[in-house]
Design a binder for this molecule. Structure first.
Ligand code: PLP
Length: 453
């Protein structure tokens, strides 16, 4: 209650309410109850201004992969800022961190994705994909081949481009037209949308939807298909095992580029450097952000395969796209150190062969038999749980009840950050989480599911 808040909390909540408009938030409602003030972090834990310790089951926003309080990352930033806090990579100049980071990223991307374009956020990386694939086809003499196909319930960011591409309904509420030339097909959400189909049948049906769309708009008008290997913000939707292979074949048949949006799946989350490797996707182009710097500074990148990069390089003209802070030296230095640390600590292997399987198993032991749990899906250190009203009948909760929000609040009040996406609960803890911390996370999650009942 108000009376029990300490003075720091009360002061900062009032300050925040007076001037801060929050993203993705009903700010009016938030101002009435007061935002929780996060003060510091260490490892997988955060602390708030009331002194409560919180296990961060979301790694910030799917990004603090190497955990909080990593002095190596802090120092990389500090040292670079002392030397050169900023210089641009436009107009004939570069700097050491950008050149080194591009090489370091290319050392972990799938084969052939060897050229790197820098931006600052996942949304900007996605915008870069939109502009770059259209530029590619224009260079090839087919400027009309510019339609980009994405999926319902996909999340590709919040810039006008990224939001236009995404398929989460809330992102299209603002009414005005977005970027043109975008088409969407169904998402491969087997548990929620497959009816009586097996996973395999459903995987084929969802891929066929792509072929139908391509034929409807004309193959020669389609530039690219884009998808997240696992849909993250849409609720952690893991596609059927055969889905991506089928998508790949269809794109090849009609000469359509494949783009993987790796903003969440990239940098170890699924037990490989990229989700594309986990699902055997062969992208022509890939966006990445978040885990690239473990969120310590904003930086994103697009890895560009040989087909597109050689066209751009040989074209002998400017690619008129970029950001002042593309390849920002301090952000690049942090990302470089972050990837080096991931390699030194074998973190991808840890996720693939140790903590990832442990997390998936413990989560199922803790929650699979819970009356609220309809289905658990996930791989590596990412998971989504469908909450249901009736498990046997597979009856979902009415959306106005906002069951996910209720569950999230119980977690929030009991020292666990878990995110709700409609009636799905999602988890994406830091990759450095220990076995004991996974146990604690699962115990807390069970308690919060009990409280939600
Ligand atoms: N693409 C995907 C798959 C994402 O999950 C996100 C953010 O969650 C974005 C793009 C946008 O990234 P940002 O919020 O850094 O602009």
């Amino acid at each position: 209650s108000e009376q029990n808040k300490n003075a720091v909390t009360a002061d900062y909540q009032a300050l925040d309410a007076s001037h801060h408009l929050h993203p993705f938030t009903n700010t009016g409602a938030l101002n009435k109850k007061g935002a929780r003030i996060i003060t510091h972090g260490e490892g997988v834990y955060l602390w708030d201004s009331e002194g409560q310790k919180i296990l961060d089951g979301m790694a910030g926003l799917w990004c603090v992969n190497m955990g909080y309080g990593r002095q190596e990352l802090v120092e990389a930033s500090y040292e670079q800022m002392k030397k050169l806090p900023f210089y641009n990579t436009f107009f004939q100049t570069t700097h050491m961190p950008a050149a080194e980071l591009a090489q370091e990223i290319a050392s972990v991307t799938p084969e052939g994705l060897d050229h790197i374009f820098f931006a600052n956020s996942g949304s900007e990386a996605v915008d870069t994909i939109i502009r770059m694939v259209r530029q590619y086809w224009a260079i090839k003499g087919k400027p009309y081949k510019n339609i980009i196909i994405s999926r319902e319930n996909a999340y590709h960011g919040s810039t006008v481009g990224g939001a236009s591409l995404g398929g989460m309904s809330g992102m299209h509420k603002q009414g005005a037209p977005g970027v043109g030339g975008i088409e969407r097909i169904r998402q491969p959400y087997w548990y929620g949308e497959a009816g009586d189909m097996s996973e395999e049948e459903f995987g084929i049906a969802c891929a066929q939807a792509l072929e139908e769309k391509i034929l409807a708009v004309g193959p020669d008008n389609v530039a690219c298909f884009i998808g997240e290997p696992i849909q993250g913000a849409g609720g952690v939707i893991v596609p059927p095992a055969n889905y991506w292979g089928e998508i790949q074949k269809i794109c090849q048949k009609y000469d359509i580029l494949v783009a993987a949006d790796e903003v969440i799946c990239g940098f170890g989350r699924t037990g490989s450097w990229f989700g594309s490797q986990t699902f055997d996707i062969k992208p022509d182009i890939m966006s990445m952000a978040k885990g690239l710097s473990s969120g310590y500074l904003p930086i994103s990148a697009v890895a560009v395969g040989e087909r597109i990069s050689s066209a751009l390089i040989e074209h002998d003209d400017d690619f008129n796209h970029g950001f002042t802070y593309s390849g920002h030296p301090a952000a690049a230095a942090v990302a470089l150190k972050n990837i080096q640390l991931m390699k030194e600590e074998n973190i991808v292997d840890y996720v693939a062969n140790d903590i990832g399987p442990y997390f998936q198993q413990k989560l199922r032991e803790a929650l699979a038999d819970h009356p609220l749990t309809g289905h658990i899906e996930g791989t590596g250190l990412v998971a989504g749980i469908a909450l249901v009203k009736d498990k046997e009948k597979k009856e979902f909760f009415p959306s106005d009840l906002d069951i996910g929000y209720i569950c999230r609040e119980h977690c929030f009040n009991n020292g666990l950050i878990m995110r709700a996406v409609g009636s799905r609960m999602v988890l994406s803890p830091p990759l450095v989480i220990t076995h004991a911390e996974v146990d604690e996370l699962c115990e807390k999650a069970r308690l919060c599911f009990d409280l939600t009942l």
